[in-house]
Design a protein around this ligand. Structure first.
Ligand SMILES: [Zn+2]
Length: 217
């Protein structure tokens, strides 16, 4: 339940996703007035309670959808000094790669998202991810030395945010086991998105702002 936002009026779809991940049944009551006009279309949760049997009761009402604010696109040299980030890597053909202690991994073509964080030195970290030639130290070095990453989504640094993000992403793709997760209890910090996972962008960019997108190439 921790992954469900505690603010009111968050989108029902977001709640559904969290409950699905947690394996919790939900009972949804729509209290939108029957005379609400047609612009009220986006169902949002306005109250949530949990019954003793684990069923989550969500009371929802329709809101007028708001256009999403433009997300700032910046260059690498404008990158903030700290942050939690998601690195996007697009693999166009199959790749077999030996990744340090993890051994050989078969990477299928697709869109990969890697979660990392830097309390300081974020710009240098992103530069490292963007650079092909480097000493191979972290698991991600092996992949980013072979395939160029295109961009990074950056949120302000906060304790625990990196692993929370990794577990959110596990809901939209297949986790590469233990990749990038040597120092934590996560299943992995690298996810290959499902082919039909077109909700990932919506899901990521709706996480609490401010969010920046750093172009790496
Ligand atoms: Zn983790």
């Amino acid at each position: 339940m921790n992954s469900i936002p505690d603010c009111v009026a968050y989108p029902l779809e977001q709640a559904r996703q969290c409950l699905k991940q947690a394996g919790l049944p939900a009972l949804i009551t729509d209290v939108t007035p029957s005379d609400a006009s047609s612009p009220y279309t986006q169902l949002r949760v306005i109250k949530q309670t949990c019954a003793p049997d684990g069923t989550v009761h969500l009371t929802v009402a329709a809101f007028i959808p708001q256009p999403r604010a433009e997300i700032a696109q910046i260059s690498l040299c404008e990158s903030p000094g700290s942050g939690v980030y998601v690195l996007e890597i697009i693999l166009s053909s199959p790749l077999e790669l030996s990744v340090g202690s993890l051994g050989s991994i078969d990477f299928e073509p697709g869109r990969y998202l890697y979660v990392g964080s830097a309390k300081k030195g974020l710009r240098a970290r992103l530069q490292r991810h963007a650079r092909r030639e480097k000493k191979l130290h972290w698991h991600i070095d092996y992949l980013s030395a072979t395939v160029a990453s295109t961009r990074a989504l950056v949120w302000p640094w906060a304790a625990g945010r990196e692993c929370r993000l990794a577990s959110e992403l596990a809901g939209v793709g297949a986790v590469i086991p233990r990749f990038g997760a040597s120092g934590c209890a996560c299943e992995g910090h690298l996810v290959r998105l499902r082919n039909n996972a077109d909700d990932w962008w919506e899901q990521l960019t709706s996480l609490p702002p401010p969010l920046k997108i750093v172009a790496l190439s």
